[in-house]
Ligand binder design. Structure first.
Ligand SMILES: [Zn+2]
Length: 425
């Protein structure tokens, strides 16, 4: 399908430019001058519209949307081990699938094209992503070793899922040992070996809580970052979520090994885990991207909120109003995120790049006057301005109507799961 975004204000390299955007299939064919023989199948008017590269969520657990607002105001260990894990034993794959689709609706509605998902129900994330039209990096969470006998099964499930969906254009994969506190040494090494064998990046939770760090130091004599480094983990391209409790030395290790860090500011605060040192990581040259984490610990998957929060938070704690600028957080949610996920030619509105574009309505008070679109995206927008989301050249939401997902069917099933969880928990 050929789409023309006509005379539209666009965010290109942090600047606002009024231009035409020509889309052919999954690619942005041209920005500005009309390509020869281009006849649009569809024209979207740029009147009162702002086009941005669609946002990219680098850390979530989409199935957890079924647990939204179910376990709040609890410390991390109690939240995870006493509340969330027992709930995970109540839901089945079908429930997880509906949770993923609910997450996809929320992400598409707030201008997100791509998500990196750590899941535990085989095939549910790929199936939901394919249904929704979203781009996804699928990572089967792996835990094992010690007394846990399910580790091998989880690895086999990860391999089977990768084999089953590897031909899908919108899907890619990482190998995801869940964390140093849920995988023993041998199991972590097994996961690294698998990533090397399949030439896939690694994805893990890292230094999320103070407890994780103190127990890793007492068991291994090293911080979680130092420990993974000692295992050769970072020889493989790595995306690490959180990195809240990290030392200067840890940051040097992350920078030297080009580890990307997915910051989940709201989730970390909500669980009382603290604040990742984003300003310092930036100074060290670490590639930073944004994650929402799951809806059980945020409790939303809205990257506009995350951009806003990250920028304000680091100004506040550093006392430096220039720290973590609007342009910084916008890059975290677009270009940096594409780098972190290894998805080439994504995260910019540029000829030859993937046609992943979110279009916002600017005819609302919080977007007027449009003095600086990047500032508006970070400080004024709430995500509800997104009217149209295009992913890989396909319009998955047009004028706020989802084209691929039957929303009412999803909400019906989510209500059913809510009742089931209420009865069984
Ligand atoms: Zn997580």
């Amino acid at each position: 399908m050929k789409i023309l975004l006509k005379d539209m204000l666009c965010v290109i390299d942090d600047k606002a430019v009024r231009s035409d955007i020509y889309i052919n299939g999954g690619t942005i064919l041209a920005v500005g001058e009309k390509p020869l023989d281009f006849i649009a199948d569809k024209i979207i008017s740029g009147r009162d519209r702002l086009a941005i590269p669609a946002l990219i969520n680098c850390h979530t657990h989409s199935y957890m949307s079924v647990f939204r607002n179910i376990a709040d105001d609890l410390p991390f260990n109690e939240w995870l081990f006493d509340r969330i894990m027992p709930l995970e034993n109540i839901i089945d794959s079908s429930d997880a699938y509906w949770g993923c689709l609910l997450a996809c609706i929320e992400m598409i509605r707030s201008g997100t094209s791509t998500f990196c998902d750590m899941h535990m129900f085989p095939n549910t994330t790929p199936e939901a992503a394919l249904k929704s039209g979203m781009r996804a990096v699928v990572t089967r969470g792996l835990s094992g070793g010690g007394g846990d006998t399910g580790g091998s099964r989880r690895i086999n499930e990860a391999i089977a899922e990768i084999e089953m969906f590897s031909g899908e254009e919108l899907l890619s994969f990482m190998i995801a040992p869940h964390a140093v506190y849920t995988c023993d040494r041998e199991y972590l090494l097994k996961a690294v070996k698998l990533a090397e064998k399949l030439s896939l990046p690694l994805n893990t939770h890292l230094s999320e809580s103070a407890f994780e760090v103190s127990s890793c130091i007492s068991e291994n004599g090293l911080t979680p970052v130092g420990y993974l480094d000692s295992l050769g983990f970072f020889r493989q391209k790595t995306l690490a979520a959180h990195c809240v409790h990290i030392t200067e030395e840890d940051m040097d290790i992350l920078a030297e090994n080009s580890v990307s860090v997915a910051v989940n500011a709201k989730s970390n605060l909500k669980l009382g885990n603290g604040i990742a040192p984003v300003k310092r990581l930036l100074e060290k040259g670490v590639n930073i991207c944004l994650g929402t984490d799951g809806a059980a610990s945020n409790n939303s998957l809205n990257l506009f909120s995350e951009m806003n929060f990250n920028s304000l938070l680091h100004k506040g704690i550093s006392g430096d109003a220039s720290a973590v600028s609007a342009a910084d957080v916008f890059s975290f949610a677009t270009e940096n995120a594409a780098n972190a996920l290894g998805i080439e030619k994504t995260g910019k509105i540029k000829a030859g790049y993937k046609a992943d574009i979110a279009i916002l309505d600017t005819s609302c008070p919080q977007m007027q006057p449009m003095n600086n679109p990047v500032s508006a995206l970070c400080y004024s927008a709430n995500g509800g301005e997104v009217v149209t989301t295009i992913i890989n050249g396909k319009i998955v939401m047009e004028d706020r109507v989802l084209t691929e997902i039957d929303e009412q069917e999803v909400y019906y099933n989510i209500e059913r799961i809510k009742k089931k969880l209420k009865e069984k928990r």
